[in-house]
Every structure is written in structure tokens, then in C-alpha cells.
Design a protein around this ligand. Sequence first.
Ligand SMILES: [Ca+2]
Ligand SMILES: [Ca+2]
Length: 504
Amino acid sequence: MKMAAEVRWLVLFINLPLLLWVNAEEVHKKFEYKYSFKPPYLAQKDGSVPFWEYGGNAIASSENVRVAPSLRSQKGAIWTKEMTNFDWWEVDLVFRVTGRGRIGADGLAFWYTANKGQYNGTVFGSSDMWNGLGLFFDSFDNDNKHNNPYIMAVLNNGDQIFDHANDGTTQSLTGCLRDFRNKPFPTRARIEYYKNKLTVLFHNGMTNNDNNYEMCFRADNVHLPQRGYFGVSAATGGLADDHDVLHFLTTSLHPPGEMAASGRQVSLEDEAKFSREYQEYQEKLEQQKKDYKKEHPDEHKPDSDGWYETDGQRELRQIFDGQSQIFEVVRELNKQVDEMVGRQERTLSLISQIQLGGVQVAGGQPGAPAQLIDTIRRQEVDAVLSNQNIILNTAREIKSFVGEVNSKAESILSNQARQPTAQVQPIGYDYQSLVAEMRDGLNRVKRDVSETNAKLSGATPGGCPTVNCLTTTMFLAFLAIQMVILLGYSIYKDNKEAQAKKFY
Ligand SMILES: [Ca+2]
Ligand SMILES: [Ca+2]
């Protein structure tokens, strides 16, 4: 098992930078082993943690760092040896806070500060008036507001004294109420500081699933010291929890352009150095392993603690496995239900739009009049076809009828050519000719009257000396008789013409 763990180390060291390098389009991430620790062989044989310094009541083992043990009034801390050399970072902190009491104390702190803190300070085991970020996992409810355990970030420029009495609420940047004590699996915090945004995600340790992080908070415009030290500290009081840190994994974050421009040259120079350091470290580990085997020849055999489990442990493990599976299934179901609800809502909104007459046809204007899409039915197609046939037949009939009319018209025209007397008169002829005839008639009457008058005056001189023998009454009577004759003639002529038309 221990060999496998070493292989994991190796794989991590070799693959992580490679994997992260491939993803160069996004934020470039680089695992920073000098600012990290993790089991196995977290602490070396001499008790030291490579690249870290710890003190106070902290104890490092191969599996974890017990920053503060579950004894009264304990304080401890662990700090990186070197100052950071990157601007933005992400830290995965895997820890456990466990105690027998329903309430525990005091809590655990994650630090990123311009200077290293103490190992037995007053703020969760380290120094007050820090310059940078303190992220506190505060177990104990000092101000009795029933709001602990609580996770909160407190920024300090080095001039503020932590307000213990109020659990730092007056100074807190932001935070979230999360219980991190006595969880079946280690609790985890992911602290990201990138481009002045501070994000803290929290994993409550109820499952062993890596994806169950929840947002604790995100804060903008956070200005931390550009370079600093990472640290973890913890403290107990009258009540006491074990405060264990299992993993402290630091990744530096680099904006996409930065590494391409300047990072490669630096990394090429550093690469040889880092790989040499890593090689030395590996050799040291190997040597230690051999020494250990020589010193403890019996301990290679599987010991009952690591290889066998009691009935109770097995039962507990099975319960947690089952619970994790149930949790996974429930989460999956929840996701599916969410999808279904979303789909249903979309459908409902579409239906309501149709009912309101405001359906949106793709590419159409919103709020345009309803355009219900309906397909043509079979009987409608049949009806259209039969209508078309009817129209066709009717058109044929009309064509033949027009042909008939045409032939008739031609025969009429030929007949007319043969009988010029039976010409069709244009409209209006009768009235014009009638008026002309009436005018001629009147002129004739006038002439006759004047002739008669002259005859009369010549035959009987003095018989009608001055007065005309024709009176007005007589003249009108003549006129009327003449008009009647002309009208009669006209009617007779019309009748005759009509008869002539009927004949054809
Ligand atoms: Ca507190
Ligand atoms: Ca409180």
C-alpha cells in the first residue's frame, strides 16, 4: 500500500504540471509543492515537514498535522518557510475538527499574511494584528448568538486587534454558517484568490465525493499583500477539539497571457532545479523507507489496525457507503427533476402564449398575431381537387360557348354583307334623324305657309288687308299633326328594324 502511495506522489508531481499546461487557454495553474503538504510521509522521520515550520502544540505525523490537540488551552501553528513568488493562488485545505463534546473550541485558522505569525498567538493560535487574510473556522460561540460553527474572512492591515468577544463579526469581510465538526469524512475548503476576487468553497464532509463543494462566499476588491506566507493555526480553550490538517495543496494561478510571455523562460530555468530537488527528495524518501524497514522488520506485515476492521467499523463504513450512494442518486434525481420542471415550464409558457394569441413563430415578430400551424387534411385535399375539376369543366363549357357566339357573329356579319339594307344602326340615329326630319318638316310648313300667304294676298287684295289669315291656333294644330305623323313613322320604322333583327 505504501508503494502505491509513492506512485501516487510521483504521478502527481509529473502529471499535474503537464495536465495543467495543456489547459493553457484558460487560467494557467501550477502546483506549488513548496507551499503544500499531504500524506503519506507528510512529516519525515525527524518530524519535520518539508518546506514548512511548525510550533507550539502542533504535532506532525506522516498522515496529518495536528495543529492543536484536544487538550485544554492548546495553541499551535504551521507556516511555510518561503514567501510566495506568485500573485494569485488557490489552496485546497482538507481538515478535520473532531471532539467528544457537543460544542467544541476554539477553532482553526487559515492565513495568508505578509509576515509569518507566532506559534502560540491569541487569534486561533497565531498572531493578532496580522497583515493579510485570516480565514477562521470558528467553533466556539463567544458572543452567544447561536451562529457557530461559522466560517469567515477577516482582512487586517496589521493595525486591528481581533474582536474575540463578538466572534469578529464587527471586522468580518464576509462568511457563511457551516458546521465543520465531527463529520464522517474530512471537511474541505477551497480558497481562491485571483485578480482581487476571494472565493471560498466548502465541502461539508458528509460524502467522500470531490464534487460536493458549495459556495461559502465570494468577495470582490480584496487587496492582499502581493507576496506572503501561508499558515494554519488552531487553538483550544476550556473545551477542546482535535484540529487536524490532512492536505494543504497550493496552486498558483496565472492569467492566460502571462505564462506564455514570461513564464516559459523562467520555468525552463527552474525546471532543472525543481526536478533535481524532487529527485533528491525522492531519494531521501526511499532511504528513509529502507531504514524504517530495517528498524521495524515486523511492521511490514499487515497490522490489524490498517488491514482489518472490526464489525462496528465495517458496519459504519457500509452505512456511509450506502448513504453516499443514496446521496448521489438523490442528487441525480434532483437534477433530472429540475430539467423536467424546466421543460414543463417552457411548454406551459408556449401554450399560454398560443392561447393568448401571441405565439412566437421562429424568426417572427414578438407579439405578432397568432399563426397557428395546421396541416391540410385528406378531405380538404379531395375537396380542392374536385373544385379544380369543376372549374376546368366550366372553363371548357365557356370556351365552347364563346366559340358558338363567335361563329354566330361571323354568320351575322356575312349576312349583313349580303343584305346591306338590313344594317344595324348605331345608337342615337333615330333621334338625330327624327330631329332632322322635324326641322325639314317645319321648314316646309313655313314655306307652304308663306306661299299660301302670298297667294292669298295676291288673289284677294284687301280681303285680308293687314292681318294674316293663318292664326296661331291653326299654326300649332298643323305643327301637332305633323309631329304625330313623324312620330308614327318613326315607331313604324323601329318596329320594322326590330323585326329584321329578330329574323337573324
Ligand atoms: Ca469564537
Ligand atoms: Ca458567535
